[in-house]
Design a protein around this ligand. Structure first.
Ligand code: SF4
Ligand code: SF4
Length: 377
């Protein structure tokens, strides 16, 4: 049943701990056999945003990937593991984040997304999107997100992780087409998730990320894993787990605004402890959550700079490698006289630059009105 979400405490990433926890997590959902039958091609889609060590909490931990590969192999599935990283070559990202080692150890196949084909999308945004061929070729998709804050969307978890189905440079192109419209982008993510239609989502929230996620935040221990069929239902539980509220998480907000079910805990059959009992004492959301003070759209636009957070170069850290300049969707970044500059009139606040910078050289500068608003609260 799509409205069931299983939640379990898991203390750390020791192999036996994770393997036992994975079996116990899936058992109330019918076990892995409820999702995989012998001979099926099963694609695991972890978060492989960038080539960072597992303890940085940028990518899905390799022990989670290992445990799921073993589960699927035991059910007779033929496993491949794939993604299209935000930055860097898929092979080197997989090596650095430890996922390649478990692929080799288990005899699974690595599937770096390269080819994509246009597919029709239930339209509220784009009529079609180009999706990785490997996704379309699989019999079963298992979505393996890392729970992290996200400067643009609030959180990245089950729904947002499937943006990796878009290959390479097409991701910034979609950001550019969506512009500053977070609602449009969030709706596109929902439509993409519905088209990819993972059979199962398993979230790595043993160590999550708080602060300036998804690339430059801080690891935070949650000690939890969760799983379910519906990405929206899983995200509802994940949102509750970290104590965020629905309007802060754009994909959840758009799911509710468009009448999609399972955005409320009361609609979900929760198999496990109440999420609040696993919540850390504090959890720091990203800074970019914006507010509109009830202003009409024509006033929000001119006040964008004051209302919303924006990336700000840290010139001590920036080594002027040009990576962010190359990937900035509206080409709002330049390096002039050995200094990184951002044209804020063009910047669409997608935070791709912050996500991709290998040196955490882009900070978040909050809008003045937003700061004032938070102070007054
Ligand atoms: S901000 Fe980061 S990615 Fe951009 S030029 Fe500086 S070091 Fe490179
Ligand atoms: S400067 Fe950064 S946040 Fe602004 S549009 Fe470019 S990549 Fe996006």
């Amino acid at each position: 049943m799509s409205h069931r979400v299983s939640l379990l405490g898991a203390a750390d990433y020791r192999r036996l701990t994770v393997e036992h926890a994975m079996a116990a997590l899936l058992q109330p959902l019918g076990g892995i056999a409820a999702f995989v039958t012998p001979g099926q091609k099963v694609l695991l889609k972890p978060n492989m945003l960038a080539g960072k060590e597992p303890e940085r909490a940028v990518t899905t931990h390799p022990e989670i990937v290992f445990a799921v590969i073993r589960q699927v192999q035991a059910a007779g599935g033929i496993v491949s593991v794939g993604d299209s990283p935000g930055v860097g070559k898929a092979h080197s990202v997989a090596e650095k984040c430890g996922i390649m080692a478990v692929i080799k150890e288990t005899g699974a196949t690595f599937a770096p997304f390269a080819e994509s084909v246009p597919v029709h999308i239930r339209s509220g945004t784009f009529h079609q999107l180009e999706i990785a061929q490997d996704i379309l070729d699989a019999d079963v998709i298992i979505n393996l997100p890392k729970l992290k804050t996200h400067q643009m969307m609030g959180l990245t978890c089950a729904v947002k992780n499937l943006f990796g189905a878009i290959v390479g440079m097409r991701k910034p192109q979609l950001h550019l087409q969506a512009g500053t419209d977070k609602a449009f982008f969030a709706l596109m993510l929902l439509e993409l998730a519905e088209r990819v239609a993972p059979a199962l989502t398993i979230v790595d929230a043993i160590t999550a990320m708080e602060g300036d996620g998804p690339g430059g935040g801080d690891p935070v221990h949650l000690g939890a894993i969760l799983a379910g069929r519906s990405p929206i239902a899983v995200d509802t539980v994940a949102t509750e787990l970290v104590g965020m509220h629905l309007p802060q998480v754009w994909t959840q907000k758009l799911a509710r605004d468009t009448g999609r079910p399972l955005t409320d805990l009361s609609e979900i059959e929760l198999l496990g402890p109440p999420p609040a009992t696993l919540r850390p004492p504090s959890f720091r959301p990203s800074k970019s959550t914006d507010v509109n003070f009830g202003l009409p759209g024509f006033l929000q636009r001119p006040l964008k700079n004051a209302l919303t957070a924006r990336p700000r170069p840290n010139h001590q850290r920036c080594i002027r490698c040009g990576l962010c300049v190359e990937h900035c969707p509206p080409q709002a970044m330049t390096i002039v006289e050995q200094r990184l500059k951002i044209d804020y009139a063009r910047c669409i606040r997608c935070f791709c630059c912050q996500e991709l910078c290998p040196h955490q050289a882009l900070e978040t500068q909050q809008g003045l009105l937003l700061k004032l608003h938070q102070l007054l609260r």
